[in-house]
Design a protein. Structure first.
Lengths: 317, 291
């Protein structure tokens, strides 16, 4: 069963009708092909029209779609010989931050991500993609490993944010995030980050302070969730759609503000409608972003990366 | 709201705020409720003489209290684009900025000065909570980058007084990008072999804590200061349990190894002077000062 979002209701109804007609037609063989074709065309147009002008709030829902490919899907789809590595060497392994060694298009890399989980069981296991300090410390450790062996770092970011918990604070959540950002900025190797779903604030930038930051067309990247922003600034969480608009959290907005480097187009109807094609497109975009970086030495990479972040937000307005 | 409150009051308030407070004024301590003579409170660095409660200090206070003999040169900070997203909630961000400027007399939530602490060259950057809860937007980020660059240029230590309610939401992702930008600032100072000391004051939360404020060579916290990443209310809602006694307070962070020391404000200048004396040679040759 496909999961439909609220604003996809008209599409859901059309697709339901098509499904019904198909089922009815099986034994009798009455001529419904024409009607099916007509409805399919209509559904297609509706889908195209809806997705051509998604509002920031609708994009937020698409970015959080339960069937959207997640970090481990990209790792499985794009990384050969994936060899997970575990732990921060101090406290624990954080399943919200899968990572390890592998091969991307034949080249050895370090890969990292924030993983939300696919079903109830795995969501609990991955803590819904909300990392704890040990997750960011593991990221830092793996980025340092990449630097030592001159391996590019690829990260896949999908998180509502860092985990807000008592233990997380006691173990230095803030320090862990700061050090992880620092590790990204310090890496003497290419760092390519992709925002694949939700890029939630500090928990996202911790793995995304890279040379190239890519973003899927319907992904969101924001300093605060629209709900959180609405409840603080509008004192009403129901104003989330308005907040989503105001925050400029879409890929298009962020590209215009020069805060991300490239947008990866999604299949019609969003990444969840064609996961394979999405994963393939992301792989190609990473390749395009990575190749020009490979010829630069560590010092040049660091200098350019710094320059890029230092220039952000200083012009325009 | 009448035109009078809307347009005239902020200006009157500005005049009043900038005027010297008369010496015979009394304050009430919010912790022990005792009355404190204004002059005593200022002499005691806004620490209650009865219960040692640390009241909120301004960025201007921090600069005045940090340097030897209170002598320093104020640093003018670069302008940044105002209201880049044309953000509007119940109020326009541009109006919020204008009001905050009128009320505080500052451009944004940070001030920077340079001078000497214990005889050593130091650049001090201090955040101002009265300015939109010292939330970090482009101006704060730029202030920190400027302070770091100045410290490197002068071969000076960087002392940073942190306080923040979190991100400047009205600047959206430009606000989030101040995290890597300020991390770079901290790196520049450290790479130059200069001390970077963070003084965490009440409250320091959110993106500020998760970037430059947790990367100091030495972390000092003021007694009782709330310091953390996530807000206590958010945590309570997430874990649905009562938070431990003293959670996210300076003493709790000290116990958990996140800050090096909890230092009362009245001992802070001496502590900074001692630390810089231990970390820096007495006669670091100064590079010629650029404008
Ligand atoms: Zn008192």
């Amino acid at each position: 069963m496909r999961h439909f979002l609220d604003f996809e209701k008209p599409i859901a109804e059309l697709e339901g009708k098509i499904e019904e007609l198909r089922r009815m037609s099986e034994p009798g063989g009455i001529n419904i092909a024409e009607e099916v074709a007509r409805l399919t065309d209509k559904a297609d147009k509706q889908l195209r029209a809806t997705y051509a002008k998604l509002t920031p709030w609708q994009k937020t829902q698409v970015a959080r779609h339960p069937d959207r490919p997640r970090a481990l899907d990209y790792i499985r789809g794009l990384i050969e010989d994936f060899t997970p590595l575990a732990g921060d060497r101090a406290f624990a392994d954080d399943a919200a931050v899968p990572g390890g060694l592998g091969r991307f298009k034949g080249r050895a890399v370090v890969v990292l991500g924030t993983e939300k989980g696919a079903d109830t069981e795995s969501r609990v296991k991955h803590n819904f993609g909300m990392a704890r300090p040990e997750g960011y410390r593991k990221a830092r450790r793996l980025i340092a490993l990449a630097g030592r062996f001159k391996l590019p770092v690829l990260s896949f970011v999908d998180t509502s944010g860092a985990f807000p918990g008592v233990e997380a604070e006691a173990r230095g959540q803030a320090e862990a995030i700061a050090r992880s950002i620092e590790a990204c900025l310090d890496a003497p190797v290419p760092v390519v980050a992709t925002i694949i779903g939700e890029g939630g604030s500090g928990g996202a930038i911790a793995l995304a302070a890279g040379d190239q930051v890519l973003m899927l067309e319907h992904a969101i990247y924001s300093v605060i969730s629209p709900e959180g922003c609405a409840s603080i600034l509008w004192r009403d969480a129901a104003q989330a759609a308005t907040a989503a608009e105001a925050l400029r959290l879409t890929a298009e907005d962020l590209r215009r503000l020069k805060l991300i480097d490239a947008i990866v187009p999604e299949p019609l109807g969003g990444a969840h409608r064609d996961r394979e094609a999405t994963i393939k497109a992301v792989g190609e975009a990473i390749e395009r972003a990575l190749v020009p970086l490979l010829s630069q030495d560590g010092a040049a990479l660091r200098a350019h990366r710094r320059q890029k972040f230092l220039e952000m937000g200083r012009e325009g307005g | 709201m009448s035109w009078l409150t809307e347009f005239v009051r902020p200006k009157i308030r500005t005049l009043f705020a900038r005027r010297e407070v008369p010496d015979n004024l009394w304050h009430q301590c919010p912790a022990c409720q005792q009355m404190i003579f204004h002059r005593d409170m200022e002499a005691n660095l806004k620490v209650c003489p009865h219960c040692a409660h640390h009241m909120r200090a301004t960025a201007a206070d921090r600069l005045a209290w940090s340097f030897d003999d209170g002598a320093f040169t104020r640093v003018e900070l670069p302008k940044v684009p105002a209201d880049p997203l044309r953000f509007r909630d119940s109020k326009r961000y541009s109006d919020r900025l204008r009001e905050a400027r009128e009320q505080t007399g500052l451009e944004d939530a940070i001030q920077v000065g340079h001078g000497r602490i214990g005889g050593r060259r130091a650049v001090v950057a201090a955040m101002e909570f009265a300015f939109i809860a010292a939330s970090m937007g482009a101006a704060v980020g730029e202030g920190i980058v400027t302070a770091a660059r100045l410290a490197v240029m002068q071969r000076a230590a960087l002392v940073l007084y942190a306080t923040s309610g979190g991100a400047r939401m009205q600047e959206g992702m430009i606000s989030l990008m101040q995290m890597p930008r300020t991390v770079i600032a901290a790196q520049m100072v450290k790479e130059a072999g200069l001390p970077y000391i963070v003084v965490l004051t009440d409250p320091t939360t959110g993106g500020v804590t998760a970037s430059f404020a947790m990367l100091g060579d030495i972390h000092i916290a003021e007694p009782g200061a709330v310091i953390g990443f996530a807000g206590a209310r958010v945590i309570e809602q997430t874990v649905r349990e009562k938070l431990p006694e003293g959670f996210q307070r300076a003493e709790y962070l000290h116990e958990h190894g996140i800050v090096d020391m909890v230092v009362p404000r009245t001992a802070l200048q001496a502590t900074l002077a001692r630390l810089l004396g231990l970390l820096m040679a007495a006669d670091e040759p100064a590079a010629p000062l650029a404008a």
